[in-house]
Write a protein that binds this ligand. Structure first.
Ligand SMILES: Cc1cc2nc3c(=O)[nH]c(=O)nc-3n(C[C@H](O)[C@H](O)[C@H](O)COP(=O)(O)OP(=O)(O)OC[C@H]3O[C@@H](n4cnc5c(N)ncnc54)[C@H](O)[C@@H]3O)c2cc1C
Length: 435
């Protein structure tokens, strides 16, 4: 038995799926959204910084009722060795604007809200339903999905794959390859609960102002990785992520890395006295531009993390997910309104929109960055953080040693650790990857 009641089926109710489903439902398309979790957001993990602009484009008045935690006014970037951090802090009252640019959110609450918006727009959302296989016609065109309910095929003109980084449905159907271990990071995260006023005092915040710390260095034990601390209203999200290939090669356990990050003397006082209530782990696509698979075909498009659309250099993912979901929704709605079939040719409109947007421009700009950080990870995540700390100490300690000798000691330490040629080559490669 088959059902053909829908213009589009969206698989997944995360950032990208909700953006796609909402966009199409608002334009009058009959949309079915399938989510394997008990409710939208029940399975989803994020730091989480939400970038307002991408949501505002979809739901302009979202601030009226979205569950937001804090708007961010301060960003700290830290390079860490085992006992120190060297930091760049940026704080600006300009971020206390009428419509703030970045917020912390809690995904379980946020996704539930977004899913309600999809239903209010007219979409049908079916939770606790896993799409198990794509259905195709004799020409190979995708015409719907099989689910773990009753075994029927649900048909639609187009299927939007918004199933997240694992993308089993697309992989099983041969639409993309399993992401390589060097192209995905495994991140672990804990939620540390503290009274609102303690968080405000510890981070120097007023009202719902928020602060972010992102840290790299010896905390990832030589692997490409990043630690993060995000302030929510009554909790702190604390986590660390490293490439799966690095974890496999070193046999380091993600939880041990998180434990080390929590015990670091620069982090420990910030979470002191907190109660840990949640622990989660999730993959992040970090292969960049070169890892993006085919994005559309006869009867299907792929969006968000499932399409590997993630800017690891700028630590952005949810915004690319929302924007790509919206663009998929807009292009499908346009094709439908013209009365055209959902062929590979017509759906190439989605890719054209992505190419013109910040998504492909940003990912293309940093296309060499992932491989640079991966191949030189020991230098960037172990040697340089230690040298930077040593240089700072040589600069700051006053013990009667002449400054010229301190400076010579710093230069000698750098050359000993990396050689003149190594330093020059790292600098040139970094400049090229960043250009
Ligand atoms: C620890 C961590 C921190 C992060 N921090 C940030 C941050 O601060 N800012 C930022 O912008 N990004 C961040 N990201 C990235 C961001 O979370 C992702 O880019 C974003 O969630 C991608 O959205 P998505 O909709 O593509 O995928 P997801 O949010 O993963 O949603 C996929 C959905 O599909 C469902 N699903 C999967 N398979 C099926 C199936 N077969 N049938 C039915 N349903 C299915 C899942 O249950 C899920 O609900 C972070 C990621 C992690 C892991």
């Amino acid at each position: 038995m088959t059902h053909k009641n829908f213009d589009a089926i969206v698989v997944g109710a995360g950032m990208s799926g909700n953006a796609a489903a909402y966009t199409m439902a608002r334009r009058g398309l009959r949309v079915l959204q399938l989510e394997r979790g008990e409710y939208a957001g029940s399975k989803n993990v994020q730091g989480a910084i939400m970038y307002a602009n991408m949501l505002e484009t979809i739901i302009p008045d979202f601030r009226n009722d979205t569950p937001l935690e804090r708007h961010l006014v301060e960003q700290r970037f830290w390079i860490m060795d085992d006992t120190s951090h060297t930091g760049m802090h940026y704080r600006s009252d300009d971020f206390n604007e009428l419509s703030p640019n970045r917020y912390t959110i809690i995904r379980a609450q946020f996704d539930k809200w977004f899913s309600r918006k999809v239903r209010e727009a007219g979409g049908t959302v079916l939770c606790e339903t896993t799409a198990t296989e794509l259905a195709r016609d004799s020409s190979g065109k995708v015409i719907g999905v099989h689910t773990d309910r009753a075994g029927d095929v649900i048909q639609a003109d187009v299927v939007v794959l918004a199933e997240g980084v694992n993308g089993l449905l697309g992989t099983r159907a041969g639409l993309r390859k399993t992401p390589k271990p060097e192209n995905v990071a495994l991140a672990v995260k804990e939620m540390h609960f503290l009274p609102e006023e303690v968080i405000a005092e510890r981070f120097g915040m007023t009202g719902d102002e928020g602060c972010v710390i992102e840290a790299a260095g010896t905390i990832s034990r030589g692997m490409p990785g990043l630690g993060f601390l995000y302030t929510n209203r009554e909790s702190i999200s604390l986590g660390i992520g490293c490439l799966v290939s690095g974890l496999a090669a070193t046999m380091e356990k993600p939880y041990d890395l998180l434990d080390g990050f929590k015990r670091h003397p620069s982090i420990r006082p910030l979470i002191a006295g907190s109660e840990v209530k949640e622990y989660s782990a999730h993959l992040i696509p970090e292969g960049g531009f070169k890892a993006i698979p085919q994005l559309f075909g006869d009867g299907w498009v792929v969006v968000g993390d499932a399409a590997q659309l993630n800017n690891a250099v700028h630590r952005e993912g949810s915004n690319l997910a929302m924007a790509s979901g919206r663009m998929a929704g807009e292009s499908i709605s346009l094709i439908k309104s013209r009365g055209n079939p959902m062929t590979k040719q017509s759906l190439s409109l989605y890719k054209a929109m992505l190419d013109k947007s910040f998504i492909m421009k940003d990912l293309r700009k940093y296309k060499d960055m992932p491989s640079l950080l991966h191949t030189n990870s020991r230098s960037f995540f172990m040697t340089y953080p230690q040298l930077i700390s040593q240089a700072a100490q040589n600069f700051l300690r006053v013990d009667g040693t002449p400054k010229i000798e301190m400076e010579k000691a710093t230069t000698a330490a750098f050359i000993k650790a990396r050689s003149r040629w190594g330093l020059l080559s790292d600098a040139v490669r970094l400049a090229f990857a960043w250009r």
